[in-house]
Write a protein that binds this ligand. Structure first.
Ligand code: COA
Length: 321
């Protein structure tokens, strides 16, 4: 089975930066509580009238530019989101219009909560096998501030808005992925169209237990399936929900903590956007070199989880028309 090669990434953040001290002005909390329990120091919130799909389109445009790929070379456009502005049109259709992707592009949204980007990579890989075009645009985008209860200190300090995108193609290098779902409508519930809850609600402890159960399984599963050892992997990029959860995975794997990139301090938990936001930060910081092997691993509401092997810019150059 052909593997996943990500050529490049791009991001878009809403303009409103909110620090932990700003959150402490809204609810009874403190920078000390939030940063020691989660590793989060600030996040970004959408302005009034700003939608996740707009961020998705901006991130997608930047990823295409960074990859040197033109919109007409895209055969698949997926937006992973649990906070779409509409049930229809999908965010992916609005991205198609905004970026001028061809009408033959397969465009749809994926809702697998915080595992959405991993689910979308796995789905895009399969769809590219039968696509006449060589590239997929895979985006994670969230406007979580629109469903956040800003009177509930146990959830409102955790989440942030943002989007990031990846341009991917198939490679002859190996593919490995594990994924799963376990229906649960108690631990993490986000309002949908016509559903009763007004705001996102979460049983933090139940989600923490779930995360430390499945995240190591995602990483181990990808290694086992690919026949690779942790030493063969350059970076593990986990969903950026909470530093303590990732620290647990590091300890469990007996791995070098430097291999586990973290940036939740800057963005909070941006759900489906968190893994591509991490990839883009790593790219921009010069940490990613052509041919590197990454494991991306996510967990989230649903429950859902997934891990996938990603090859970074195997050809080592941007691809132009
Ligand atoms: N500021 C200050 N105190 C807070 C607070 C806040 N923002 N939120 C909760 N508290 C209080 C609680 O009221 C509780 O007080 P009490 O002991 O007087 O009742 C105390 O802190 C401990 O609450 P608890 O929920 O047990 O904290 P915790 O150590 O489990 O940490 C989370 C809470 C949310 C950080 C933690 O459960 C977590 O990270 N869960 C996973 C969440 C996650 O990753 N979700 C995304 C999934 S994709």
């Amino acid at each position: 089975m052909k593997g996943i090669n990500i050529l490049s990434t791009g991001l878009a953040l809403p303009g409103r930066r909110v620090t932990n001290d700003d959150m402490a002005a809204m609810v009874e909390t403190s920078d000390e509580w939030i940063s020691t329990r989660t590793g989060i120091r600030q996040r970004y919130f959408c302005a009034e009238g700003q939608a996740g799909w707009q961020l998705a389109a901006q991130a997608g445009a930047r990823a295409l530019e960074n990859a040197g790929v033109s919109p007409h070379q895209i055969g698949v456009c997926l937006v992973a989101t649990m906070t779409p502005a509409f049930a229809t049109p999908s965010a992916a259709c609005l991205v198609q219009r905004q970026l001028g992707l061809e009408e033959s592009t397969l465009c749809f949204d994926i809702n697998a909560a915080c595992s959405g980007f991993v689910y979308a990579l796995i789905t895009a890989r399969a769809l590219l096998e039968s696509s006449p075009k060589p590239y997929a645009l895979v985006i994670g985008a969230e406007a979580l501030s629109k469903v956040t209860d800003f009177t509930d200190r146990s959830t409102c300090v955790l989440f942030g808005d943002g989007a990031a995108a990846a341009v991917m193609e198939l490679t002859d290098l190996p593919f490995a992925a594990v994924q799963g779902a376990r229906g649960d409508d108690q631990a993490l519930v986000c309002p949908g169209f016509g559903s009763a809850p007004q705001h996102l609600s979460m049983d933090g402890r139940a989600v923490f237990r779930f995360a430390v159960e499945v995240l190591p399984r995602c990483v181990d599963g990808v290694l086992e399936q690919s026949g690779l050892a942790m030493n063969d992997i350059d970076y593990v990029v986990c969903h950026q929900a909470n530093k303590r959860i990732i620290d647990h995975v590091v300890r469990r794997a007996g791995a070098d903590p430097a291999k586990f990139y973290m940036n939740m301090d800057r963005y909070g938990n941006t759900s489906a956007a968190s893994i591509p936001l991490a990839l883009e930060d790593m790219r921009a910081a010069g940490l990613l070199r052509p041919g590197m092997r990454l494991v991306c691993a996510g967990f989230g509401g649903g429950f859902t989880w997934g891990g996938v092997l990603v090859h970074w810019n195997v050809k080592g150059e941007t691809v132009c028309d």
